[in-house]
Design a protein around this ligand. Structure first.
Ligand code: 5AD
Length: 358
């Protein structure tokens, strides 16, 4: 990453951004080039924490993550569960197993269930809708979040009617050329964006997001990610460092930077003040204190793993993905203590976005 020429330019870019976060691509590029200046980082972190406190106080929301299938019809070059990885040991949970995960989650205090999976055709619209309806019926007080990739407007509508409230679909990168370096030609940024707008239209609380430091990513790409977030105004944004997976074309690539991820978390908090921003598993994987650092940079959500223990290792998006420590739902007590250690408080409520993103 190129550095800004001197400390003065750095501070000015941060100051301008804090006064008016509505920057152009060039403005964001200038801001990101200041990510290695300690004074800039401090100023942005402080502002991010101030905003986070204003809207959310000391609350940290928890979401129980149920990774219910690692079959995937896509072949994203960075991802360990892509179709072309013949070494991945595939599994899919039954409807009953998914409901068991919810029951355990509910007992532990979770009031949001995130059903995440690869794009698995076995889970047809009807099968998905049945599962969603069953969860909705049993847990009327809980939020149901889906994270199952690209589907048609009609499918999204069916899931919404079945009782789904939220949808996570990272855009991965808002730069066309970069998107083409991360995905095969049968996938496109245009379709991804269309899905996100469809989901918004249908009244979902929508989450977008991207990896930090994915191969081929430039400062310009990240600036475009921020411009896109500003346009989409999602309710949630998931970002985490890229981490290579040994069975992918990117096995030999460098991992993304924890510091840059933290910097961008602060920037996103300032850009979208009321956004729900998780301190992600990838951040916790690269740095044992990653999750706490994320919270201290402006994040306000954690997503412990509620998947059955026997399958956790198989949902291997990247190498060394943590899944049995504080990120495990059953260790929620440990996580609670760690969150308290940085001055925040884990809460069990549904935690919808304060108000629809403006
Ligand atoms: N490193 C970091 N994050 C990854 N994801 C997939 N593969 C990797 C990787 N190698 C992220 C993607 C996806 C989310 C479920 O996991 O951003 O949207």
């Amino acid at each position: 990453m190129e550095s800004a020429r001197n400390g003065k330019t750095m501070k000015q870019a941060a100051k301008r951004f804090i006064e008016n976060p509505d920057l152009t691509k060039e403005g964001f590029e200038e801001l990101i080039r200041c990510a290695d200046d300690p004074e800039t980082v401090n100023a942005l972190t402080e502002e991010a924490v101030r905003i986070r406190r204003k809207y959310y106080g000391d609350k940290v929301y928890t979401r129980g993550l149920i990774e219910f299938t690692n079959y995937c019809k896509n072949n994203c070059y960075y991802c360990g569960i892509r179709r072309g990885n013949l070494r991945a040991c595939r599994y899919r949970l039954t409807g009953e197993e998914i409901l068991d995960c919810c029951a355990e989650g509910y007992r532990l205090g979770f009031r949001t269930f995130v059903l995440q999976g690869g794009e698995d055709r076995w889970f047809t619209d009807e099968r998905m809708a049945d599962i969603i309806r069953a969860i909705r019926k049993k847990y009327p007080d809980c939020a149901i979040t889906l994270s199952i990739g690209e589907r048609s407007y009609e499918s999204y509508r069916l899931f919404r009617e079945a009782g789904a409230d939220r949808y996570l679909l990272r855009h991965e990168t808002a730069n066309e050329e970069h998107y083409g370096k991360l995905h095969p030609a049968d996938m496109s940024l245009a379709v991804r964006k269309l899905c996100l707008y469809d989901l918004k239209l249908l009244g979902y609380q929508v989450g977008a997001g991207f990896m930090v430091g994915s191969p081929g990513q430039t400062t310009g790409c990240l600036a475009e990610d921020l411009v896109f977030l500003k346009e989409l105004k999602p309710h949630m944004v998931g970002i985490g460092p890229f981490i290579p997976h040994h069975d992918t074309a990117f096995a030999g690539e460098k991992a993304g930077s924890v510091e840059l991820t933290l910097f961008l978390l602060s920037v996103i908090r300032i850009l979208l003040p009321e956004v729900l921003l998780p301190a992600t598993t990838a951040l916790g994987t690269l740095d044992p204190q990653g999750r706490e650092k994320g919270l201290a940079a402006g994040a306000n959500v954690v997503m412990p793993n509620l998947s059955p223990l026997k399958n956790r290792k198989q949902y291997e998006l990247y190498d060394n993905k943590i899944c049995t420590g504080e990120e495990a739902a059953e260790c929620i007590g440990d996580l609670e203590r760690r969150v308290a250690g940085v001055g925040y408080r884990l809460v069990s409520e549904r935690g919808d976005a304060c108000s629809p993103a403006r």
